[in-house]
Write a protein that binds this ligand. Structure first.
Ligand code: GAP
Length: 516
């Protein structure tokens, strides 16, 4: 789906809107409405079910969003977490130097030092994209963290966390105490991260407050066994750094087993790339041919990473591949830096093993970016001929093209719509049925009342509601309902009592079959 179309549908249907909109909006901040909030919660639950489900020794925690300065000094964010900022001397607009160069046809500039980018900009002598004057400054490193004056005296320096990962590192020794004294130990965090982005844009893609879901796996580098054989045949669409240097732009499928045997990638890393692919393909149901893993070279990688593949998905609304997550092998960087900074020995001795400072494998996932991708990839316009099934009972379906948001049912904001065929006659019964489905079965249920049944189906299709139940005269007589399935539009009549059993399992997100 195209950008404007998607954004307008999201706003119209209560998925999201700009924050503080009545004041003109705030760059880089968005609010989720009821449909967006419900979808986000379900996306987080699906992520958690999959990734925390990788091992019984993986746990979800909820650490503080504010970190004292000592933490970001040790983590390296105070010194290094910066983007190259360029300002227009004429109109005052700020730009990222690397983005400016990329937009003007210069490739592979990510991670270059501000001085190098400055020389490239001078050679190009680019005009300001906003006002057209050739008055751009040289780049300066701009730290992306939001600093806070903490405490009543305002003298303690603190920061909004720039990544959720830090909370997991800070909790490591506590988690070791409360856990099973075993490696690997996984600590997952789902929550807000804050970055003072120079040029927020593309709605949920470059925000200043956004939600990350990150799993930090702490492991012994000499002893991290994974069931690689279970995924060895999985074809991973990889764009390797060495191939990019030779000009490749498209991924080449490589089996997970081969990535290890001939690709120089450790088995624990290849295994988790495969599990990330399965999450995108089997859980979020992104078309497999739109996913790729792009390997970052040494210049491009964040300062803490040893191996880094971004998980990217091709989106029509944003005109190409976009990063939605990543797998980072961070080595022992985090625990050694925090160990030194806090003067705490973070080495551990697993039961029956030797003392080790654990390494970290990070699986990171942008919740907001994926929420956008779920709209881009699963919203489609269907002409009546293209839609299979159709109105079996009563010819209530619209004959016009419909927009359907074909989300997997376990991600849909609302699970069941209960529609009274004639409002005046059937509304009370519809309310009674809806309440029963909520109370006895725990479903999220909506009772749309306005417009014809066909239009109400159409509205629910656009909101991804996977099942619609129609209440009519026969329901009043014999307690049966008509169940309509969103994607096929097939309708069946069945006793109300049979409904929950028929749909319940569709609302459970998949869990991984194999455990690390
Ligand atoms: N802990 C590692 C880390 O934070 P990152 O690549 O900076 O790595 C991880 O961010 C993920 O967070 C990205 O893959 C992306 O999905 C999401 N993300 C990063 N910056 C974002 C922003 N400004 N707005 C929305 N999502 C963002």
């Amino acid at each position: 789906m195209q950008f404007e179309e998607l954004l307008s549908l999201f706003k119209r249907r209560g998925v999201l809107w700009p924050s503080a909109e009545i004041y003109g909006g705030t760059a880089g901040l968005y609010d989720y409405g009821p449909a967006g909030t419900a979808l986000k919660r379900r996306l987080e639950a699906a992520w958690s079910s999959w990734f925390v489900g990788l091992s019984p020794n993986y746990h979800l925690i909820d650490p503080a969003e504010i970190v004292p300065e000592a933490v970001v000094r040790s983590s390296g964010h105070l010194a290094h977490f910066a983007d190259p900022d360029v300002t227009c001397g004429k109109c005052g607009q700020h730009f990222r130097a690397d983005t400016l160069l990329e937009e003007n046809g210069v490739a592979d500039v990510e991670g270059l030092a501000p001085e190098v980018l400055g020389r490239m900009l001078q050679e190009k002598n680019l005009p300001c994209p906003r006002c057209g004057e050739r008055a751009l400054s040289l780049p300066r490193a701009f730290n992306l963290m939001f600093g806070l004056d903490f405490g009543a005296a305002g003298k303690e320096r603190a920061y909004l966390r720039p990544e959720t990962a830090q909370g997991a590192y800070l909790s490591f020794s506590r988690m070791w105490e409360v856990g099973r004294n075993q490696l690997p130990l996984g600590i997952a965090v789902i929550g807000k991260a804050y970055r003072n982005e120079i040029a927020p844009r593309n709605v949920l893609f470059r925000m200043r407050a956004f939600t990350q879901a990150e799993l930090q796996i702490f492991f012994d580098p000499e002893n991290f066994s994974v069931p690689l054989d279970e995924v060895a045949g999985e074809e991973l669409p990889c764009l390797r750094a060495k191939d990019r240097e030779k000009g490749a732009t498209e991924p080449t499928p490589i089996r997970a087993g081969e990535l290890v045997s001939s690709g120089g990638i450790p088995s624990f890393y290849a295994y988790h790339l495969a599990m990330m692919l399965r999450f995108f393909r089997d859980v979020l149901q992104y078309p497999a041919d739109r996913v790729r893993f792009l390997e970052k070279n040494e210049k491009e990688r964040a300062f803490y990473n040893r191996i880094h593949f971004d998980a990217e998905v091709r989106l029509d609304s944003l005109g190409g591949y976009k990063e939605l997550g990543a797998v980072h092998y961070r080595g022992d960087y985090d625990l050694s830096r925090h160990g030194e900074g806090s003067k705490t020995d973070l080495r551990v001795t697993p039961t029956g093993g030797k003392t080790v400072l654990p390494h970290v494998l990070e699986l990171t996932f942008g919740v907001d970016r994926n929420l956008w991708a779920l709209g881009d990839l699963h919203l489609r316009v269907e002409t009546p001929a293209a839609a299979s099934g159709g109105a079996a009972e009563g010819g209530q379906e619209e004959k016009e093209p419909r927009t359907v948001w074909a989300l997997p049912p376990y991600l849909a904001p609302m699970q069941i719509a209960v529609l009274p065929l004639i409002r005046k006659v059937h509304a009370a019964k519809a309310d009674e049925v809806a309440e029963r489905l909520r109370r006895e079965d725990g479903f999220t249920v909506v009772v749309p009342l306005t417009a014809s049944v066909g239009k109400r189906y159409a509205r629910e299709d656009e909101l991804a509601t996977p099942f619609a139940v129609t209440i009519d005269n026969q329901t009043m007589q014999d307690g049966t309902i008509t169940l309509r399935e969103r994607d096929s539009r097939a309708q069946v009549r069945l006793p109300l009592e049979a409904l929950a059993g028929r749909v319940r399992s569709k609302f459970v997100p998949p869990r991984p079959t194999f455990r690390a």
